[in-house]
Design a protein around this ligand. Structure first.
Ligand SMILES: Cc1cc2nc3c(=O)[nH]c(=O)nc-3n(C[C@H](O)[C@H](O)[C@H](O)COP(=O)(O)OP(=O)(O)OC[C@H]3O[C@@H](n4cnc5c(N)ncnc54)[C@H](O)[C@@H]3O)c2cc1C
Length: 402
């Protein structure tokens, strides 16, 4: 017998799982969300996630609907222009630089950038306001018995729950995915993303800059001023051994290398705070659903951090599930709903994975003929107006149909 019951059980209280709980809770569904690791909600604490997330417009709209945006807006930095620079020549200087300006397609911004630790803080606070949401930090998913009418979930503290739908939002090694017998296809690039924040004397003016040379892109994403100076977050993708070398450098040497690799985009860079290294893979679950189970976010798909796709795709998973749940509440978690979820999400996820994989491989290239091809390709894609505009709309509409 179950101790408790709910409409939806979410395994995983990362950014995606917490956001899913807020979205489902705001839609009037009863939700239990569990995570063995309580959220770390300030930048200075051990285990804080120092990445930032650029939310594209459809994701921002979903945060508005879930009552989250009002909490986040003041800390969100708008990204008005995406500047792509190829610096793949003999020296690290721009050879080709092109701006994709949101204003040219009538949008105020491409996206809004927010620190992940702050997202966790505000997401957890929002869950406290939602009477239908039961957040259990410090407790993990342990087992699942899926039946035709509901799933029986066992938690690490021995509690048992009956849920009509189980959402696996428990990360790239998802225990729910494993318990459902779903495998994954994983591509390893031998790359890591070194993540840190920098201040700089030159203002960023809302421009997000991606500099390509070899090993992967070096991306500067605007943040609010820090200590009275313009500030950006950096994602620097490099091959594994290079990441280890960069992580071990002293402050001054690291600052000098970061400035050089940025091709002078914002003048001298001064790293502030800690550095983190994140492994880069591309991964897709062999199925998005099993009986009474739907996988979302990194449990379903992982992409390299290029073009701000990862969490944005995850929020589209969540909004698709919410829309299907509300369209036919009596069918929550049934085969028909789960099939509809897979039909809507699978082609979109597969296409995004293939696109980001291609961009990553192009960015990793260091051989002169390949980098010359990349520079020419960038100019060609930008300089033909309809192609440029179509690409920008594709980027903005990463969450497609909303
Ligand atoms: C360097 C970098 C930069 C990025 N930048 C962007 C960006 O700008 N825009 C964007 O859209 N995306 C971005 N992404 C992707 C984004 O950060 C991820 O998609 C997102 O953080 C992953 O969220 P998640 O909740 O799926 O996984 P996770 O954060 O891994 O969360 C999974 C949770 O599941 C929990 N868990 C594990 N086991 C259990 C269990 N037994 N029971 C319950 N819970 C369990 C874990 O404790 C964890 O809290 C970036 C990624 C990287 C690496």
């Amino acid at each position: 017998m179950a101790d408790d019951s709910c409409d939806i059980f979410i395994s995983g209280g990362g950014v995606a799982g917490l956001a899913a709980a807020a979205v489902f809770g705001a839609a009037g569904l009863s939700v239990t969300v569990a995570d063995p690791a309580p959220p770390v909600t300030d930048a200075g604490s051990d285990g804080a996630d120092l990445r930032t997330t650029a939310f594209l417009r459809p994701a921002r709209d979903l945060l508005v609907e879930a009552g989250l945006w009002a909490r986040l807006e003041a800390d969100a930095t708008p990204l008005k222009v995406m500047r792509i620079v190829d610096a793949g020549g003999a020296r690290t200087v721009p050879r080709v630089s092109r701006d994709f300006d949101a204003a040219t397609i009538g949008e105020p911004a491409f996206g809004w950038n927010l620190p992940n630790w702050l997202l966790r803080r505000e997401l957890a606070a929002r869950l406290d306001e939602l009477p239908g949401v039961d957040f259990r930090p410090g407790v993990g998913f342990r087992g699942l018995l899926a039946r035709d009418d509901a799933a029986l979930v066992t938690l690490s503290d021995g509690a048992r729950l009956r849920a009509r739908l189980v959402v696996g939002a428990d990360g790239r090694d998802s225990p729910v995915r494993e318990a459902s017998g779903i495998g994954v296809r994983r591509v390893r690039y031998g790359q890591k993303a070194v993540v840190f924040a920098v201040t700089h004397s030159r203002p960023h003016d809302g421009v997000s800059t991606e500099v390509h040379r070899d090993g992967g892109p070096f991306t500067l994403v605007p943040l609010p001023d820090r200590d009275g100076l313009p500030c950006s977050s950096v994602v620097w993708m490099v091959r594994g051994p290079e990441a280890a070398r960069l992580m071990a450098l002293g402050e001054a040497a690291f600052a000098a290398e970061a400035t050089d690799r940025s091709a002078g985009a914002l003048g001298p860079l001064t790293p502030v705070g800690r550095r983190q290294a994140w492994p880069i893979v591309s991964q897709m679950a062999n199925a998005l659903t099993a009986r009474r189970v739907a996988l979302v976010a990194e449990a379903a798909h992982v992409v390299p951090p290029i073009g701000a796709q990862g969490l944005n795709m995850s929020l589209e998973d969540v909004s698709t599930l919410r829309d299907l749940a509300l369209a036919r509440p009596e069918g929550l978690g049934e085969r028909e709903m789960l099939d509809a979820y897979a039909r809507r999400r699978h082609p979109e996820i597969a296409a995004r994975l293939a696109g980001v994989d291609l961009l990553n491989r192009a960015s990793m290239a260091g051989a002169p003929p390949l980098t010359a091809l990349r520079a020419a390709g960038l100019a060609a894609l930008h300089d033909v107006r309809p192609v440029r505009q179509a690409l920008m709309r594709l980027g903005l509409g990463a969450l497609g149909r909303r």
